[in-house]
Design a protein around this ligand. Structure first.
Ligand SMILES: NC(=O)c1ccc[n+]([C@@H]2O[C@H](COP(=O)([O-])OP(=O)(O)OC[C@H]3O[C@@H](n4cnc5c(N)ncnc54)[C@H](O)[C@@H]3O)[C@@H](O)[C@H]2O)c1
Ligand SMILES: O=CC(O)CS(=O)(=O)O
Length: 492
């Protein structure tokens, strides 16, 4: 456990996991120009360490090395790649506590959640390693007597990824897993707030036997420069991005010039609907899990909670009680359930959304203020009397605010839930089987949680519709975005 004066390295069982150089083309390097940037702990505001601030030149070298390394990596059998990925998974799990502590220190989520994220991320490496053996082709009956048609699938080429700070391990693992499994080279640029988890993954990848150059980690504060290199370098054949819809649009425009295949895991605005036939205690438990995981900083977090009028007051009361019991604090301290927000901008957005609800006639049931701990800590909040006019009905809050909207009918709930440009995750609680069927079919979302607030797993296809994204990550579908199909017509 880190007390206020000890540094992170001293609490790690294996301090070498705290890597502070970038990993480019199989070498641990500084920036060409020697520049660095700070990595800070959002719970304490202090600097953990500095890491190299790489630019386009180093990124181009990583891409070239990935292309070179792919020649041998892609030629290996699926089983050979799977064995290395299995080893990587094992090392991540053996070092779960250290990886969790690094993640909490740079991102702020409670240690228990951070360890959970490591297992979740490692799960993608394990799952896709296994899928490496199942990249099947196809035979198609020929269209003429002398023709034989086969379809083979081959790695698309070098894949480049850009990921956010909110899941510093899992968002990279969800991309590195399928890319490496099918034989691609992989160059990732983690968020500048959270490069340390990515570097620690690379330390273990190297130990597991990933060949030199097949994986690079570009630490950089210059996000747009790295994004441009990824989009303009002809060797990159796949861009995989997780982040906001706003940045996703920029990258899609940039990638268009090279007609690059893109996967986009973008913003959400998840509705969480509680019908009057729901098990209310279960619904409160689901809402707590969905809304307050990662302190509300999750793309699949409930952003709008719609409650049917007959159970509105009872649900609000039970939810407020559960929210009041949340322990807020430094994620590295025992028993903490909600850490700080990532930065001051995040606090401002939360405050703006709360004020806007109040301006539209809503009320605060609990919370609503900065937490007494100061910094970027914020009180977990429940708001009632929220209407569709409020900003929170159209924008992600990305913070610990649960706004409760009231509705009367099933059709009204579906219409309001769908009244958004986003379509990532949605949730509802009900018991009537007819209603369950109608609502799950009516929600315009890539993911629907029915009577559950937790939907993330490596075995299911994760992704959004509308402006929440393109493509799916996880499950056997997850490899498709990293493969090209080749049709072969043989005359015999
Ligand atoms: N759909 C999903 O699976 C998923 C998962 C996690 C987060 N998200 C979304 O991510 C957002 C929160 O993360 P964020 O605030 O870091 O998002 P963001 O879009 O601001 O940043 C995401 C990443 O893109 C980088 N970036 C920013 N501008 C760039 C540019 N011009 N070119 C290249 N890279 C650039 C950032 O440095 C960061 O690494 C939320 O909207 C959340 O819903 C989506
Ligand atoms: O932030 C969005 C995520 O994709 C996190 S998770 O996959 O649901 O854990």
């Amino acid at each position: 456990m880190l007390d206020d004066k000890t540094d992170l390295k001293s609490i790690l069982k294996d301090p070498s996991l705290l890597a502070t150089k970038a990993f480019v083309a199989g070498e641990w390097v500084d920036a060409d120009d020697g520049t660095t940037f700070d990595v800070t702990n959002p719970a304490r505001g202090d600097v953990i360490c500095t890491v190299p601030d790489l630019g386009r030149a180093e990124t181009a070298r990583a891409i070239a090395a990935a292309e070179e390394a792919m020649k041998d990596w892609a030629a290996r059998t699926g089983k050979e790649r799977a064995q290395i990925m299995r080893k990587w998974y094992d090392l991540m799990m053996e070092n779960q506590d250290d990886l969790g502590a690094i993640l909490t220190a740079e991102m702020g989520k409670p240690l228990a959640e951070a360890r959970g994220e490591i297992a979740y991320g490692a799960g993608f490496i394990e799952w896709f390693g296994e899928e490496a053996k199942r990249v099947y082709g196809e035979t198609i009956p020929g269209h003429q007597r002398d023709k034989r048609i086969t379809v083979i699938k081959q790695p698309i080429g070098v894949a480049a990824s850009i990921t956010p700070w909110n899941f510093p391990n899992a968002m990279i693992a969800r991309k590195a897993g399928p890319a490496l499994a099918v034989g691609c080279g992989f160059v990732c640029r983690p968020a500048s707030e959270t490069p340390l988890s990515a570097l620690a993954m690379a330390v273990l990848g190297e130990r597991a036997g990933l060949p030199k150059g097949i994986l690079s980690v570009i630490t950089s504060a210059k996000a747009s420069d790295i994004g441009k290199e990824f989009c303009e370098n002809h060797t990159v054949r796949k861009l995989t991005f997780t982040g906001s819809t706003e940045v996703g649009r920029i990258l899609l425009r940039q990638a268009a010039d090279q007609v690059m295949k893109c996967s986009m895991e973008l913003g959400g605005n998840a509705p969480f609907i509680v019908f009057d036939d729901a098990d209310l205690d279960a619904a409160v438990e689901g809402a707590m899990a969905s809304k307050f995981r990662n302190n509300g900083q999750t793309c699949v977090c409930a952003n709008r909670i719609y409650v049917q009028s007959g159970v509105y007051d009872a649900f609000a009361e039970k939810l407020a009680k559960a929210v009041n019991a949340l322990k807020v604090g430094d994620g590295l301290k025992e028993g903490v359930e909600a850490g700080p927000l990532i930065n001051e901008d995040a606090v401002k957005k939360v405050q703006e959304h709360i004020q806007d609800v109040l301006d539209h006639g809503g009320s605060i049931v609990t919370g609503g203020e900065r937490h007494e701990m100061g910094g970027t800590f914020f009180q977990p909040t429940v708001l009632t009397g929220v209407t569709q006019e409020a900003k929170v009905s159209h924008e992600e809050t990305f913070g610990p605010v649960a706004p409760l909207f009231k509705f009367e009918t099933e059709q009204e709930a579906i219409a309001k839930a769908n009244d958004t440009i986003f379509g990532l995750a949605s949730y509802f609680y009900a018991r009537d089987v007819g209603r369950i069927t109608r609502v799950q079919e009516g929600l315009e979302y890539g993911i629907v949680g029915v009577n559950t607030g937790l939907i993330s797993t490596e075995v299911a296809p994760f992704g959004g519709v509308k402006q929440s994204g393109l493509g799916r990550e996880g499950s056997h579908h997850g490899v498709e975005d990293y493969l090209e199909m080749k049709y072969i017509c043989l005359a015999v």
